[in-house]
Design a protein around this ligand. Structure first.
Ligand code: NAD
Length: 297
């Protein structure tokens, strides 16, 4: 079992750290939120006053932070972790960030003989809680092999996408597709309901037909159709519209850099941006359903 430091205990990181404890690892946690730390300490984790103190003597450091600026601050900023970690420490960043930021941190880590891997995840908060996340890794094959037993404590499908940054590229492709699928699913449900169909019946029909997709299978955007989905709790928790917008922004930047046409992704980005500008940034991204249909009360 490993000595692991986990930094960033939000919607995803909290349950991921919890699963590492259940897998028998010794886990020290750090977050800017005292409440988040307290929850994990209640489950058996140790805590520390700073990220540097938390990572002192860790075999492995895992970060699950909102965006690239937080990842850069934690590893490269004043008192950044790369200045103090022992050589050969395994560093896994599971945040979704720009591939170039992942490569920048990886290069700085390599200079210090620290092993870095980008390992963003897919599967949502449900997958984080159930320990069934998909990890999409970028880095050396040896680092991937070293990380795999630890990642298996939090996930079911562990992929090696390629060198540093490749995990992030695969992840932003996936999330651009997810935004398109969630918008399309919401649009189809709204059209059916405006024609008098029951959203649960229509969902079941589409699930078993050629329009079937992940949103219909596990994350239905219509309130009340799927009890465990964020739609059934006023779109609280889950994957925030603001974070989806961040990922769509990463996809758009990458498309420009690589001369890739992404008309569907660009439309989805505009939809989610408009939705956020109407005060929905802190709701789960499946709340895009409200853009298409506002139930009469
Ligand atoms: P979140 O906002 O719920 O959690 C982020 C946590 O990081 C918060 O607890 C915050 O206090 C902490 N934090 C921020 N700066 C910090 C710092 N300097 N030091 C320590 N802690 C710090 O976000 P989340 O939903 O858990 O997402 C985390 C990452 O995972 C994001 O990059 C997101 O895009 C990605 N992701 C999220 C989901 C999802 O369904 N929520 C799914 C896949 C990937």
């Amino acid at each position: 079992m490993a000595t692991i430091t986990f930094i960033g205990l939000g919607n995803m990181g909290g349950p991921m750290a919890s699963n590492l404890l259940k897998a028998g690892h010794e886990v020290t946690v750090f977050d800017l939120s005292d409440d988040a730390v307290r929850t994990l300490v209640g489950e058996g984790a140790k805590s520390a006053a700073t990220a540097t103190e938390a990572a002192d003597s860790a075999d492995c450091v895992i970060t699950m932070l909102p965006a690239g600026k937080h990842v850069e601050a934690v590893y490269l900023g004043d008192n950044g972790l790369l200045a103090s970690l022992a050589s050969k420490t395994l560093v896994i960043d599971s945040s979704t960030i720009a591939p170039e930021t992942a490569r920048k941190v990886a290069e700085a880590a390599v200079e210090k003989n620290i092993t870095f891997m980008d390992a963003p995840v897919s599967g949502g908060v449900g997958g984080a809680k159930a320990g069934t996340l998909t990890f999409i890794c970028g880095g050396e094959k040896a680092a991937f092999d070293q990380a795999r037993p630890i990642l298996e404590g939090m996930g079911k499908n562990i992929f090696h996408a390629g060198p540093h940054g490749a995990g992030q590229i695969a992840k932003i492709c996936n999330n651009m597709l997810l935004a398109i699928l969630m918008s399309g699913t919401s649009e189809a449900l709204a059209l059916g309901v405006k024609n008098g169909l029951d959203p649960a019946v229509l969902s079941e029909i589409m699930k078993q037909s050629s329009g079937g997709n992940w949103a219909l299978n596990v994350y239905n955007p219509w309130p009340g159709v799927m009890e465990a989905a964020p739609a059934s709790r006023q779109y609280q928790g889950g994957f925030l519209v603001d974070l989806m917008n961040k990922d769509l922004g990463l996809a758009m930047d990458n498309a420009v850099q690589n001369h890739a046409a992404v008309p569907m992704g660009a439309l989805a980005r505009n939809l989610f941006e408009l939705h956020a500008s109407q005060g929905n940034g802190a709701l789960d991204f499946s709340s895009i359903q409200r853009f298409y249909y506002q139930p009469q009360s």
